[in-house]
Design a protein around this ligand. Structure first.
Ligand code: PMP
Length: 353
């Protein structure tokens, strides 16, 4: 804290992500990264770009990547915005579409970056209480004054809201933007991208950090009506007209082209998640029916916080949120099959002590 900070920044509570340890002996299952490396074709494309073009500025409009994403989803490039990780895309979306004085809504248990953005942009918020079992009471999101945002699947609950309910929220907020944060959608049923042509108030935000193994490259995107995208472009250009760099563009383009690799790794993670869930249930954990690359689970035979601490001592990082309603839960990212087997052995050792 410094006397030179403006009073508003002194009050700002920053977002603190899960610990990032570079010790390779630690099994890191705390920030929902992908356990598999990116596609070899992605690495080759980044290398080639570095050798040939790093001298040159990147394209400020990122057309090549927007076209590639467009062909993956059947959208026009005017319906796509690209940013430096979906965190940046979300921050720019808050600034572009939400207005101080008009209350926005998000769930009371959700991605913990939203309260930080709301504070940063001085927005009023109504936190919608989730139902018992952490499901989203979608009718509570109707008739918002200033807009709606929630992740689907929600984080850290891992639960997916059916698209029929998402559509009801869209229909009942015709003059507000509804942002669906689909960071984990590739491990779930169906993306709301299919609704974009029908709802001009829908903005779908996605990332290459999870299902495409590129958390370190920092690429995220928003998809929606061209008018929404134009607004985001205008705000972006006012901050940083280039936004994502040449290596990120080259890697991300190839990540969308190599659909086979994407499909193979995401199916492996979904299968491992289902096996892991059953194994936890055998060990008397309550596990929410996850549609993400992590599970939220509550152990019956040990306190969640104790499990978190003892696993850390044993070389496994998982996530414990010391927050109301989550005291008895841990969040565990889905790693490789081998990692999950090792984790289960460690859980057995800890709970049998
Ligand atoms: N939204 C949700 C719900 C997330 O969990 C995350 C990852 N922590 C993000 C957005 C941001 O991901 P990234 O900035 O890596 O794209």
């Amino acid at each position: 804290m410094s006397k030179f900070w403006n009073p508003f920044i002194k009050q700002l509570e920053p977002y603190i992500p899960g610990e990032q340890l570079d010790d390779p002996s630690i099994i890191k299952l705390n920030t929902n990264e992908n356990p598999f490396p990116p596609s070899p074709k992605v690495l080759a494309a980044i290398e080639e770009e570095a050798e040939k073009n790093l001298r040159l500025y990147p394209s400020p409009t990122v057309d090549e990547l927007r076209e590639e994403i467009g062909s993956f989803y059947g959208l026009k490039k005017e319906q796509i915005f690209v940013g430096n990780g979906s965190d940046e895309v979300l921050a720019l979306s808050f600034m572009t579409f939400f207005e101080p004085g008009k209350t926005i809504k998000y769930p009371d248990i959700t991605y913990s970056f939203y309260p930080v953005y709301a504070q940063l942009y001085q927005l009023d918020v109504e936190e919608v209480t989730l139902e018992d079992g952490f499901t989203i009471p979608y009718e509570s999101f109707f008739h918002s004054e200033g807009g709606v945002i929630f992740p689907n699947p929600n984080a850290p609950t891992s639960l997916y809201l059916e698209l029929e309910a998402v559509e009801e929220i869209l229909k009942n907020n015709p003059d507000q933007v509804v942002i669906i944060d689909e960071a984990y959608i590739d491990f779930a049923k169906k993306s709301a991208v299919s609704l974009i042509d029908n709802y001009s108030n829908l903005l779908v935000v996605q990332t290459l950090s999870k299902s495409r193994s590129l958390a370190g490259l920092r690429v995220g995107m928003a998809m929606g009506h061209p008018d929404l995208i134009e607004g985001l472009m205008r705000v972006k250009d006012s901050f940083n007209s280039y936004t994502i760099d040449r290596l990120a563009i080259a890697g991300a383009v190839e990540a969308f082209r190599d659909a086979a690799y994407f499909e193979k790794t995401r199916q492996k993670i979904i299968a491992t998640r289902e096996d892991f869930r059953q194994e936890l249930e055998k060990r008397r954990f309550y596990v929410l029916p996850s549609q993400a690359n992590f599970v939220l689970a509550s152990p019956a035979d040990i306190e969640a916080e104790k499990l978190f601490i003892e696993l850390k001592q044993a070389g496994f990082l998982i996530r414990y949120f010391n927050k109301p309603k989550l005291e008895n839960y841990v969040r565990i990212s889905i790693g490789t099959k081998e990692q999950m087997t090792k984790l289960l052995h460690a859980i057995d050792r800890i709970t049998k002590e």
